[in-house]
Design a protein around this ligand. Structure first.
Ligand code: IVH
Length: 680
């Protein structure tokens, strides 16, 4: 075979395999047998072996996975990936629609209802139709680059089908990667046989798989993807104006889209759609935990805007969780990092939404008393938020008389201290019993686990078993001690080989450089969650600056009110905490904020107010807004004398007129892009 012939045959085979992938994984209409398909793949692989120059990034051979990565690189999404607010009742859905009607007076609102796929959100970036990068949602702004893993998923096109004219030059496609129930069961069975741990549910299995550094392993796992949205769009074919059309368009590009969606002109139709979906979702191959209700027209979405976390134009509707009945055989008490005592029900194992449940939370003593929970009761459990099952009520009608009341402990089961009701903070309801001893091993463990967690300092390996041993052996009493651990000490622990000990120490070492917000969050200051920690790190350049600030300065920070400021005050006033900070400084931890936004590093549009009007040739309103804000500028809805620029596109209306009357400079998209790139 000449190289020319080989090239032609390779192109033919690649095209044929792509077509069959689409038929099988996207359209669910396979045309050939698995055997015939394998023959095509084999021939393609042979050709590539003989002529490596034929391998292209979108060749079907790229789906088998490649060399393992050292770690994931972080990538910034073109447009942030937001999450959704949840609703649980028809009334809340009505409120959502009424709110939009108020925000968009005079507009005829219609909605699309889609299944909420219970998986992991990802962002696919296509350039000139080729998949160049795929990433996890991460913190919404930045995620992990998991391209190699995503390429193994055959329902993700490596090349979009629209042809050069049908596809935007740069396009982010968004959707959910998931595992089918059947695939999940098969995989778990295999793992059991191999003596490996079962995954708890398909979503955990998906998340765990996507985090794998070895894409060859990912290629073995039954992952799929459904697409439902776009992010950044630039150049080429424009994106359709409505969600309905968008779904059709995405399908025409070769993406798998939700198998059903409903277009609804009224709230009643939305509610009807939610019922219909509930009736059929059990038959879907994947798990759905609800529905997503979206405003259909994109132009209106932009006007409806977003809160800091979620858009106002869409909402999730969660179906009532599944319930099961089982016997409560014992009650154990867990002590958390803040000393809170949580009662936990030990249950006769029972199947609930596809997983076996043996424990459920009982929240607190008061809740137990209200529900009149007794040992030996038959209880109804459900999964709240899909992860931690909870006991919701007792079948008092089925009591035998053998049930016994449970006496809530008056002493901490971990350290024996007398428990107290005085809360750490008057903002909380006084329902929680606490262990008041800050040196209680359970609290120490909890604080260290929190520090190591993925959302905080992200120290790989710092899980329950290892941290438990470190604390029990007295090697670690607070998070600063982690940075003084020696290899022999870690190796001396049970089931700890030299390699894992080295890895753990390396992970600790690496965490020294983490950004300030992670450290702040990791300290576990009451009310300082990841969101507040990020706001604080944006407002203060260093931990020292933050610690030295006053109540008034703290409350200036976005998301920080009285309660949080007082909590900060109390935390920094505590000599133990001050000492901890000193020791962390000595250990060489980074105290500087990489996200600090002060006037010394202004964006190119810092302090500038821009108004967008009309349709820009390539940038959506959301994208233009995101880019202006990223450059430090503000986007305002109306033109005034304070406006620095009006960015006008096609069909610009009264705002353009007003700009002209007020003498505000009017620029087009090209000029905006030039400004954004820092050119005068
Ligand atoms: S639209 C601005 N549509 O649910 C956010 N999300 O709770 C737009 N999800 O992060 C998201 N199915 O991971 C959308 N049909 C669907 C979805 C869906 C599942 C996930 C997604 C999102 C989360 C929000």
């Amino acid at each position: 075979m000449t190289i020319e012939q080989a090239r032609r045959r390779h192109a033919e085979l690649a095209e044929e395999i792509r077509r069959h992938d689409h038929l099988y994984y996207v359209a669910a209409q396979p045309e050939i047998s698995d055997y015939a398909y394998d023959q095509l793949t084999k021939e393609l692989l042979q050709l590539e072996e003989q002529h490596p120059e034929l391998v292209t990034p979108d060749s079907p051979s790229q789906r088998v996975g490649g060399r393992p990565l050292e770690g994931f690189v972080s990538v910034t999404h073109g447009v942030p990936m937001m999450s959704l607010d949840n609703t649980y009742s028809p009334d809340e859905v009505r409120e959502f629609v009424q709110r939009l009607a108020r925000l968009l007076p005079g507009e005829a609102l219609s909605f699309v209802v889609e299944p909420k796929v219970d998986g992991v959100a990802v962002n696919l970036r296509y350039e000139e139709g080729l998949l160049v990068c795929g990433a996890t949602r991460g913190d919404g702004v930045k995620g992990d680059d998991i391209t190699a893993n995503l390429k193994t998923i055959r329902s993700i096109p490596l090349r979009l089908r629209g042809g050069p004219d049908g596809v935007s030059r740069r396009l982010e496609i968004r959707g959910e990667v998931y595992m089918t129930r059947a695939g999940f069961e098969r995989m778990n069975r295999g793992r059991e046989e191999a003596g490996e741990e079962r995954f708890a549910n398909p979503r955990n299995a998906t998340a765990g798989t996507l985090k794998q550094l070895d894409s060859r392993l990912v290629a073995q796992r039954p992952l799929e993807m459904i697409c439902y949205g776009v992010g950044w769009v630039e150049g080429g074919a424009p994106v359709p104006e409505t969600q309905q059309e968008l779904l059709i368009w995405l399908a025409s590009l070769g993406c798998r889209t939700p198998e059903r969606h409903w277009h609804c002109g009224t709230v009643e139709e939305v509610l009807q759609a939610l019922e219909e979906l509930d009736a059929i979702r059990g038959g879907f191959a994947y798990e759905t935990d609800g529905a997503v209700i979206k405003l259909d027209r994109r132009a209106l979405r932009e006007r409806a805007g977003a809160t800091s976390k979620a858009p106002r134009w869409a909402i999730a509707y969660k179906y009532a969780p599944e319930q099961a009945e089982t016997k409560l055989v014992a009650i154990s008490i867990q002590v958390g990092r803040t000393g809170a005592l949580t009662p936990v029900a030990e249950l006769t194992p029972v199947l609930l939404s596809g997983t076996t449940v043996t424990r459920a939370t009982l929240h607190n003593e008061e809740d137990m008393r209200r529900k009149d929970i007794r040992l030996g009761d038959l209880v109804v459990i459900e999964k709240a938020g899909e992860i931690i099952p909870a006991v919701v009520r007792v079948r008092t009608d089925l009591r035998t008389g053998a049930e016994r009341a449970f006496a809530f402990p008056t002493e901490c089961p971990e350290c024996g201290s007398k428990v107290v009701r005085a809360t750490a903070d008057d903002s909380e309801q006084q329902v929680v019993w606490r262990c008041p001893n800050p040196d209680c091993p359970a609290q120490v463990r909890g604080r260290i686990l929190h520090w190591c967690s993925r959302g905080a300092m992200d120290i790989e390996g710092g899980g329950e078993v290892l941290v438990g041993q470190l604390v029990a052996k007295g090697l670690v009493q607070d998070v600063a001690d982690l940075y003084r651990l020696k290899l022999e000490e870690v190796m001396g622990l049970e089931r700890m080989g030299e390699k894992s000990a080295q890895n753990f120490l390396a992970a600790i070492q690496e965490s020294r450089g983490r950004d300030l917000w992670r450290l702040l969050f990791g300290l576990g200051i009451l009310h300082v969650g990841a969101g507040v920690a990020k706001s604080l790190a944006r407002a203060f350049a260093t931990l020292e600056d933050l610690a030295a600030a006053s109540m008034a300065q703290w409350t200036q920070v976005e998301d920080v009110g009285e309660v949080i400021a007082r909590s900060l005050e109390r935390w920094f006033a505590d000599p133990r905490n001050r000492k901890l900070i000193d020791r962390l400084r000595q250990a060489g931890l980074n105290f500087a904020s990489g996200t600090h936004q002060a006037s010394q590093t202004p964006g190119v549009l810092a302090g500038r107010i821009l108004v967008l009007t009309g349709t820009l040739p390539t940038l959506s309103r959301e994208a233009a807004t995101a880019r202006i804000e990223a450059a430090g500028g503000k986007v305002s809805g109306s033109v005034s004398r304070k406006t620095h620029y009006v960015v006008a596109g096609d069909d610009a209306g009264s705002k353009l007129e007003k700009a002209k009357t007020l003498g505000v400079p009017v620029i087009d998209e090209a000029e905006l892009l030039r400004l954004l790139s820092g050119q005068p």
